[in-house]
Design a protein around this ligand. Structure first.
Ligand code: GLN
Length: 498
């Protein structure tokens, strides 16, 4: 096979890959092997994957080819290779959540999204790197190794789903899944120049997602295009008897409205999302994106004010640690994962297990959460944060009474350098624009919105109404078509590695 053909395959979207497989222009084995070769050639530098499942991927690809040859490939993602964040339980495949605590966990069951992707015919290439238990914004908090940004290997890919974002940007797979508790899909998508979608809370089952903060966590896709995000969401969305927080609502056809364009779309750009904390290069890029939207039929309203939105970050850093301290209590060295043995007592072993098993950031959050939930401080912190959460939700409802989508930056800066941010509070500021959507449970997407300092990608964020991913995807797709960044970022990112 010529190099030209290879680079053509590596840049494929799910939609185009599906077409070629159905037309017999390509086999799933060729497709899968091309991506596995790419991983082998580039992951020494990128470190996007914790585990690569080459043998099972090729076996699944051969099965997919048999179905395709028989004309039986009705499942929508038949034979298409994807990657999974290492926080998703995969039966028989090591799942670590980026933590020494789960160094040797081989799950006995699949997360619902993993089972759904298999039913949809997709092929898993392996598990992608992440900040430990999804706590972080740079993938430097993985217990294993940091992941590099394919655009500039000295920089971070964002986090916590940095491996999933980098894998798509480095053309190691067509699409991946990540999880987003405060921005962990959208911020790395922004840093790596790819599309990242966080669905409405409850749209996608969390069963088999190793929990960080259960009232905020959502699983969603990383893709090259908005169209692909709709396709992947379609495959994973829907009610699940195994997750009682999952909406019973019917799942619409997420691709149906993609091409409706911007005409008459009511777009709010609330003041609080355009603050001084943003770097100039990002601000300029976002302004240009707003002008492009306005020039093509969107009605941009800059007057809405959401005074509680600046409180979303402090609210998150009370609620998320509180929930994480409860969720991570299960890692006691007895039930699963790493367990220290031979101490003076059961308590000593438990202490030693956590001392060794958890990294610094996880310990910091557990301590913070234990404090905010303690009898003496519960009212002052946790309860207060819940009340402000309600205010933030109401402010979104008010804006959505008169607008279809909100537009905002995804992150205040472009990707920063490895090791550049050591102060945890500065790291937390990365999610200042993404956290509000998690607090309110709303769907939100980051799409490539241009380039900032040093030619690094800048993401543009759209936030939608609860359960209205269709309008969100319509707006994002219209912008993507206008801006046409879609193919440029992957090519340029790939060049850096080649
Ligand atoms: N960076 C945020 C945090 O560290 C968000 C993480 C996430 O969305 N999983 O909590």
């Amino acid at each position: 096979m010529t190099t030209q053909t290879n680079s053509d395959i590596l840049a494929l979207t799910l939609a185009e890959g599906r077409r070629r497989l159905l037309d017999g222009e390509l086999t799933s084995v060729t497709l899968t092997r091309t991506f596995l070769d790419r991983i082998a050639a580039t992951d020494e530098q990128v470190h996007a994957f914790v585990t690569v499942t080459a043998d099972s991927a090729l076996a699944q690809a051969a099965e997919a080819d048999a179905l395709l040859a028989r004309g039986d490939a009705t499942a929508p993602l038949t034979g298409l290779p994807i990657g999974l964040k290492d926080v998703l339980m995969t039966r028989g495949v090591r799942t670590t959540a980026g933590s020494r605590m789960l160094d040797n966990l081989i799950p006995p069951y699949d997360a619902t999204v993993v089972a759904k992707l298999r039913e949809a015919g997709a092929i898993s290439l392996g598990k992608t790197n992440m900040d430990e238990f999804a706590m972080g914004s740079s993938t430097e908090h993985s217990a294993w190794f940091p992941t590099a940004n394919p655009w500039d290997l000295d920089r971070v890919p964002g986090g916590s789903s940095g491996g999933s974002a980098a894998a798509v940007a480095a053309q190691q797979c067509i699409a991946t899944l990540g999880s987003d508790t405060g921005g962990s899909i959208r911020q790395p998508a922004s840093f790596c120049g790819v599309v990242g979608l966080k669905p409405t809370y409850g749209r996608v089952s969390r069963y088999g997602l190793i929990a960080f903060a259960s009232s905020l966590d959502q699983i969603g896709p990383f893709t090259r295009t908005v169209e692909d995000a709709a396709l992947l969401l379609q495959a994973i969305a829907g009610p699940d008897p195994l997750d009682s927080t999952c909406y019973d609502a019917p799942v619409p056809d997420f691709s149906a409205q993609l091409d409706r364009g911007l005409e008459g779309l009511r777009v709010a750009a609330p003041r609080e999302f355009f603050t001084d904390g943003m770097d100039d290069d990002v601000a300029e890029t976002i302004e240009a994106a707003l002008e492009l939207l306005a020039a093509n039929g969107a009605v941009i309203d800059r007057t809405p004010s959401m005074p509680s939105v600046p409180m979303a970050l402090p609210v998150y850093y009370v609620l998320a640690p509180s929930e994480c301290s409860a969720n991570l209590a299960r890692f006691d060295g007895v039930k699963y994962g790493y367990g220290a043995r031979g101490g003076e007592s059961m308590w000593a072993d438990m202490e030693a297990t956590r001392q060794h098993g958890f990294g610094r950031e996880v310990k910091r959050r557990v301590l913070l959460g234990a404090y905010t939930l303690s009898a003496g401080y519960y009212d002052a912190y946790y309860l207060q944060a819940q009340k402000v959460r309600t205010l933030i939700r109401r402010e979104f409802d008010r804006v959505f009474a008169e607008h279809d989508v909100i537009v905002a930056p995804t992150a205040p800066t472009v990707a920063f350098r490895q090791g550049e941010i050591t102060d945890p509070y500065q790291m937390y500021l990365n999610d200042i624009y993404t956290i509000p959507a998690n607090i309110a449970g709303l769907p939100a997407i980051s799409v490539p919105g241009g380039f900032g300092a040093d030619g690094m990608p800048v993401g543009l964020q759209f936030v939608g109404q609860r359960l209205d991913e269709s309008t969100l995807l319509r707006a994002a797709n219209a912008y993507e078509r206008l801006a046409a960044w879609t193919t440029i970022p992957t090519r340029r990112a790939a060049n850096i590695i080649d």
